[in-house]
Design a protein around this ligand. Sequence first.
Ligand code: SF4
Length: 409
Amino acid sequence: MTHLSSKQAKQYEHINEQQLAELMAQAASVRDAAWGKTMTYSRKVFIPLTNYCRDECKYCTFVKRPGDVNANIMTPAQVLSVAKQGQVLGCKEALFSLGEKPELRYREVRQALKALGYNSMVDYLVAMCDLVVAQTTLIPHVNAGNLTAAEFSQLKAVSGSMGLMLESVSDELHNKGAAHFACPDKIPALRLETIKQAGLQHIPFTTGILIGIGETWADRVDSLVAINQLQQKQGHIQEVIVQNFCAKPDTEMANHPEPSITDMLKTLAVARLILDPAISLQAPPNLQQNHADYIAAGINDWGGISPLTQDFINPDNAWPQINNLAKSCQQQGFTLQERLTVYPKYFSKKSEQLSDVSQQFVRSRLIAMARIDGLAQQQVVQCDHNESINEKINKSLNEKINEKIVEVS
Ligand code: SF4
């Protein structure tokens, strides 16, 4: 059941301080009823398999073109090295993130893939997820842009969950000079179709909106409504991210205004009240100094945080220390807990998600890594690069996980 219609939400475009406070209180109460007083995060490593991409989003600093010294496709050895280091630091998730189908645009990428022994970036991605699953205890979460039904089928056997930011349903963003001009993969209908395909294959899925890139308030509401409609039909949307645009130097949107904290709070509260309350609502803590305020607007999750790798999409925005995040949560009556890549209800026996035979190995691994409430059995509360993590605990837990995997497979 949702608590706000599209029409009602659109009336919140201009609200005063008191109306915002009331909206946030309502959102917080819906969150409390659905998620209690637990805030979660996922301890992960970020694996930017390639920063080549065929699109040209005006706010992106991640993408690199052939000829750029920083343009890169990670080798299998590099992928494995990051994943193994992450495992030692207590990470449970390997977030594979990459540009959209660069081989369709660049000969250099086709040649590089051929040299690695693959015809497409997705084929290579499948092999790298498989490598991580086979040689570490991490579970891949895949953000590979738009995917076909056949590509989803390949990837779901080697990952726990996947994601694609809808960003916005606004077609206007494709006009000349707008944020998504010359971005064939950002067409809203295409992205909605991708999310739908994931649902048809029962894949636990993450999506979200990017706010402040030139969309209207009505576009934001329509985007959230569109996501919720997919959830109502297919039930596979495990989390929705509300991400604030950050202006970066050396991009065409360097001088574009960033959304204010008030705008973020209003959008988060409206998102919580439009979406099915069972969907986890997440906002990145590293993109807003006053991120602790998000709690009062109805979020229940901080997303992925890494003790090892930077946020490659927003490299200037360092992850918060987990201990500090835990304190912020505690000050507002919440306990910070570590979750797994996949939310508990999606790997329970009753769930349709991860029910495919090809997904049984990953599902078994999730069950082995989870405690009774489905959150991570091994909770790592510290996230300082200089702190030594108790490797003995990790080693013994990893051994237990491996034993259980052998038992169930
Ligand atoms: S934001 Fe994503 S799709 Fe857009 S250019 Fe950057 S990597 Fe490509």
